[in-house]
Write a protein that binds this ligand. Structure first.
Ligand code: B1M
Length: 215
């Protein structure tokens, strides 16, 4: 199969939620020498983008989106070791999670992967994480950064609660940076809530986190 055809097939099968087949084709693409970044962006994320549009237009519903998400995670799993450089020493600690009330975790998982690839230790709190849990974990793990993901306009406000709790805490204020991201989040929103950094994608989130840890 040609490179473009293979990437197209990965996107199509992801949309159909065919997880084992997606994994198989991602492996085939890796073996064919296609870069993991291209496989991620032009195969997996392209397919997820189409599902997102169809979801918005009520052409597909939650069950279809869920199986597509599972296939996306399956594909990312195959790419994982190639996106993460092996054996890099820890350069800082990041506590990451999807905010309270929000169950979307694909973007958050990508951010985690990219940060690990930069040699950062990432403590993943999962989804539906309360501001208190972010703060408690940052203290427990002596984190440099709290990284919050939100995919819903109804949950992104939780990021302000995280920022406010950090600022009110003498142990964390001025020491722990709060980074925010996710589809509805913007630079303007980041500034409005007083967070330290917004990035639009996982790779730039990892670059920014590393910069903070090197300061
Ligand atoms: Co949901 N969902 N969903 N969903 N879902 C969206 C977000 C939506 C935009 C779809 C739509 O209507 N077009 C819409 C939100 C509308 C809004 O708020 N304005 C929506 C809705 C409405 C819902 C439900 C309410 C649906 C319902 O039940 N009626 C429900 C809510 C559940 C809840 O959270 N409480 C729901 C449920 C679900 C599923 C469970 C079915 C599934 C999630 C499965 C999972 O994550 N394990 C799902 C999915 C998959 C989506 C879409 C289709 C895809 C999201 C995704 O994974 N994208 C999404 C539509 C869309 O976004 N086009 C949609 C791929 C991912 C890589 O992108 O997460 O944006 P993203 O991450 C990017 C960047 O944003 C950035 O890096 C990544 C790329 O490099 N980034 C960060 C992310 N986090 C970061 C953190 C950082 C930095 C960068 O920190 C520093």
């Amino acid at each position: 199969m040609e490179q473009q055809e293979l990437l197209q097939e990965i996107s199509t099968l992801l949309q159909k939620g065919r997880s084992p087949k997606v994994k198989e084709l991602v492996q085939q693409a890796v073996d064919a020498g296609i870069s993991p970044k291209v496989i991620l962006e032009e195969g997996l994320l392209a397919g997820m983008g189409i599902i997102g549009e169809k979801f918005k237009n009520n052409e597909v519903f939650v069950p279809e989106v869920l199986v597509a998400a599972r296939a996306m995670n399956g594909g990312v799993e195959v790419l994982k070791s190639r996106l993460v450089e092996a054996g890099v020493e820890t350069k800082g600690v990041v506590v990451i999670g999807t905010v309270k009330g929000d169950l979307h975790d694909i973007g958050k998982n990508l951010v985690k992967l990219m940060m690990e690839g930069k040699g950062l230790e990432v403590v993943d709190l999962g989804v539906d994480v309360s501001p208190e849990a972010f703060v408690a974990a940052a203290k427990e793990h002596h984190a440099n950064i709290i990284s919050c993901s939100a995919l819903l306009t109804t949950t992104m406000g939780e990021m302000k609660n995280v920022v406010d709790l950090v600022k009110a805490d003498p142990e964390l204020a001025g020491k722990v940076k709060v980074m925010v991201g996710g589809a509805p989040v913007t630079e303007a929103f980041c500034q409005k809530i007083g967070a330290d950094c917004y990035t639009s994608d996982a790779a730039s989130a990892a670059d920014a986190a590393l910069r903070f840890c090197m300061e």
